[in-house]
Design a protein around this ligand. Sequence first.
Ligand code: DAH
Length: 464
Amino acid sequence: MLLTLRTQSARLCSGFSGQPRCLFASSAASAEEANKISPPNQAQLQLEINGGTYATDSWTNVTSKILTHLGLNKHLQRDHPLSIIRQRIVNYFYAAYRNQRGNPLFSVYDKLNPVVTVQQNFDNLLIPSDHVSRQKSDCYYINQQHLLRAHTTAHQVELISGGLDNFLVVGEVYRRDEIDSTHYPVFHQADAVRLVTKDKLFERNPGLELFEETWSGSIANPKRILPSSKFMDQTKQPCHTLEAVKLMEHEMKHVLVGLTKDLFGPRIKYRWVDTYFPFTQPSWELEIYFKDNWLEVLGCGIMRHEILQRAGVHQSIGYAFGLGLERLAMILFDIPDIRLFWSNDTGFLSQFSENDLQNLTKYKPISHYPQCTNDLSFWLPTDVEVNEGFSPNDFYDLVRSVAGDVVEQISLVDKFKHPKTGKSSVCFRIVYRHMERTMTQAEVNDIHKHIADASVEHFNVEIR
Ligand code: DAH
């Protein structure tokens, strides 16, 4: 793991409070209130996180438990449902946008450090200084200047400043929240930005402009930063022409509906809902109709031009969106509890495979009771080998008929041929688990013995 924690920081955390999920779409309220519940004054401690050293202060509320999530990278773990969803989204964007040579236009950043500055997470995105989402009760602060990113949008400005114009960011985000079947303080997001210049957007209408003539003074003087608009007009920002905004909106909505249909099937019912984000104007949420409810799947909009200006981009218009991976995965795989995404239980993990990204298997509930693993090794009869006279599938069927549902998984973990006798040996690992109670080792051993006896009888094998 990348992370080390020099000090015992469990006591650093202040009290928890449940918060609404979509912090950035909510309207502003004073952050002062919640900040009153700051922890008692601490002696200064040093936190070492992902190679950086941070001095704690009265803002520090990150806990050692939360810090254990850094570097787990569930979105990159082979065959993990979050990794499967990530690949579906990335592949969709690779296919949707290609350059003249046929290469993908979007680049993907999925290993960025989740430790960000207040500037990255909030200021760069024009999130007002009194916005609720900055509250200590909502974020994991490392200190007054640093926090664990509360959204992947936090990386927008650094990537645009670095010259990128089409990119996706995928990673885990941290928000203080209650824990239940749909809330967990660490979850995963994908964010995207697409910037286009006038020439590209108006390829077929070269007479049109991105920016209003009355506003164009700032193009001649690109250093000028516009003051934030005090109220949000859902039609457009003052600097943009309506044509530019409408074309971008059309392209963005077309692509995002395409993504939604790619994930949920062409018949999915969806609707666009106007909303507010500090970093986009106009802004929308896309909702899908699922199990008799409208469910929000993503937030998006036309990027505030001030953000682009600050990142050194003056001649483009952009769209951006962000979505949560867990929510999509829970729907697509029928996963009933968000905590399962953190499970290392092979009964959970072995159900998913990225070999066929287009065919997602539905999750079958596993028991809460502990697993019990026993290996069974035997010599095959002379001249019999795996798949030549002995089929593992036959063995699996035998196990299931002897032991029934208490067998959760069976796998062939080893095979070898004895150099002298020429006999083949196989080893199977059998994982036992009861749906309603904890099994005792003695009980498991007894079933295991029955399987061994039945194997001898059916396959004429010799138990080792
Ligand atoms: N960051 C927002 C959230 O976490 C989601 C979002 C909305 C991202 C609009 C964007 C965007 O990039 O343009 O709720």
